[in-house]
Design a protein around this ligand. Structure first.
Ligand code: NDP
Length: 485
């Protein structure tokens, strides 16, 4: 078992109080590492380091070109270390190794993208009268605290760190308690790749003891959070006293809508991929599958048959398509929702850990059908391999059901009718819409939700905007006195 330290001010350190907590492999349920159990004192140290690096350290003097080059070097290093990082990610999170490799590739691409964008942040000349010059300057917000979940550990770290660093901010990142290992591994290389001490700090700990003090800390200017709606709401309230900039990505209950004229084979694949990829532990999971009644029975039958063949297995095996859920807590949460579902709807497949596994937090892909949209399994984010299939009768009916949710992160629509596709696209209240696919995510395109799925956008130029302030500068060109008094 490996004992890790956290990364503050360019040094690997223990928590001031000296405590550690265990990190598990969810496929074996065994402890694989220990990491420092940080609290408010360690948060103070990390904020002081980030503050100094921003206010007077080398980062504040760096040029966008310097920062871009550092991000390119990080991207290159991540690519070179794919095998190591994917192995750590898989052992720690339970995700299939092939998916972990894609995650590392996307992580590198994210750093590369923002490396390029660092030199494209441009200000503005405002059209004021001729006796003045008015400029809008873009400046980094300052110290960013970034709190991330466990479903895409290194990729979520990249979505937060890369735009912040490109903008010139300094960062304190708190990984989820379940999955701190890959980002700590990455931290080992940061200084030699050109990230000065204090610019990136990684604080390991629990939400209540390490996350909460970050949110209220007077030295932090911005909070970027991805996680549950429940914690997101607490964060907005806690950040209000110091008027921090806040961005939230809170997941959802996204509809995946299938009209009768969709390509049937592609649709079945798309329904399964939309909800079961990464064991369903995806904020944009298509967990409500809306199917036009004309094809409903055939659709449920075909989905069920194919879902029953999805290969659950040890996540390090390359043939595995679904590994275990991330933790015992998540296993219990998902299986308790399955019990709720049994009372609310009919189940066609899944529902338990397969009998072939004696340990590991495995849950079979599970499909409930004839689900009413008012059922708990259709309204609450389960964050596991549980699909709720709901029939609909018309386009208007599909839209009514799709939008009848407090969330609005994502949605997908499957049809060959381009008129219908775009009518539906325009009427869906969600931040990301796919047509005839579900889940492709590109660093160049914006990511974020409507309604209770959060606010702010990550990725693309939108992502860096969230780390910039706008400073208005007025220059008087008129040499006369104001002449007012
Ligand atoms: P949380 O929202 O509890 O955790 C997300 C991050 O916030 C973690 O780093 C967590 O720390 C931290 N955190 C928790 N409480 C606080 C707090 N009071 N102040 C500051 N930071 C805090 O999600 P969970 O991981 O516990 O998962 C629970 C459910 O959340 C899932 O089942 C799913 O429904 C949803 N979820 C949604 C995600 C999404 O992408 N939208 C991602 C993950 C979960 P720590 O983990 O150390 O406690």
């Amino acid at each position: 078992m490996k004992r890790y330290q956290m990364y503050i001010n360019g040094k690997f350190v223990n928590a001031r109080r000296g405590g550690f907590f265990p990190v598990y492999d969810p496929s074996t349920e065994e402890v694989i590492a220990e990491v420092p159990d940080a609290d408010a004192q360690d948060v103070d140290d990390a904020v002081a380091a980030a503050r100094a690096a921003f206010d007077s350290g080398p980062w504040s003097q760096s040029t966008p070109q310097d920062r871009g080059r550092v991000l390119f070097r990080i991207a290159e290093k991540l690519r070179a270390e794919t095998a190591l990082l994917a192995d750590i990610e898989t052992r720690n999170s339970g995700k299939p190794i092939v998916e972990a490799e894609y995650d590392i590739a996307d992580t590198a691409t994210c750093f590369e993208y923002y490396g390029g964008l660092a030199t494209k942040v441009i200000g503005h000349v405002n059209p004021v009268p001729a006796n003045a010059l008015s400029l809008s300057l873009r400046e980094p917000i300052g110290v960013a605290a970034q709190i991330i979940p466990w479903n895409y550990p290194l990729l979520m770290a990249a979505w937060k760190l890369a735009p912040a660093l490109a903008a010139g901010c300094t960062c304190i990142l708190k990984p989820a308690e379940q999955t701190p290992l890959s980002v700590l591994e990455m931290a080992r290389w940061l200084e030699e790749l050109g990230v000065p001490p204090g610019v990136v700090n990684i604080v390991t700990g629990f939400g209540e003891t390490a996350g909460a003090p970050l949110v209220t800390h007077a030295g932090v200017n911005k909070i970027a959070f991805t996680g549950s709606a429940q914690v997101g709401k607490m964060i907005v309230k806690a950040a209000a006293d110091t008027v921090k900039r806040v961005t939230l990505e809170l997941g959802g209950k996204s509809p995946n809508i299938f009209f009768a004229d969709a390509d049937f084979e592609a649709a079945i694949d798309g329904a399964l991929f939309g909800v079961f990829i990464n064991q369903g532990e995806v904020c944009s999971a298509g967990s409500r599958i809306l199917v036009e009644r004309k094809i409903y029975s055939k659709f449920v039958e075909a989905m069920t048959a194919k879902a029953g063949k999805i290969k659950l297995g040890p996540p390090l095996e390359r043939a595995t398509k679904m590994g275990p859920l991330v933790s015992k807590e998540q296993y219990e949460r998902v299986t308790s929702y399955i019990e709720v579902g049994r009372k609310e709807a009919k189940m066609s497949v899944g529902g338990a850990r397969p009998a072939t596994f004696t340990k590991g937090y495995y849950v079979q892909p599970t499909i409930f059908y004839d689900v009413d949209n008012s059922a708990r399994i259709a309204r609450e984010e389960i964050f596991g391999p549980v699909a709720a299939v709901i029939p609909f009768d018309s386009e208007a009916d599909a839209l009514r059901i799709a939008n009848d949710t407090p969330y609005g992160l994502a949605a997908a629509v499957w049809t060959r009718d381009i008129y219908k596709a775009f009518r539906v696209v325009k009427s869906l209240r969600a931040g990301i819409i796919w047509v005839n696919h579900m889940q492709p995510t590109y660093v160049e395109a914006p990511w974020g939700g409507y309604k209770q799925s959060g606010f702010g956008r990550e990725l693309g130029p939108w992502g860096i905007e969230e780390y910039l302030e706008t400073k208005q500068v007025y220059v008087n060109l008129d040499e006369q006195p104001i002449g007012w008094y």
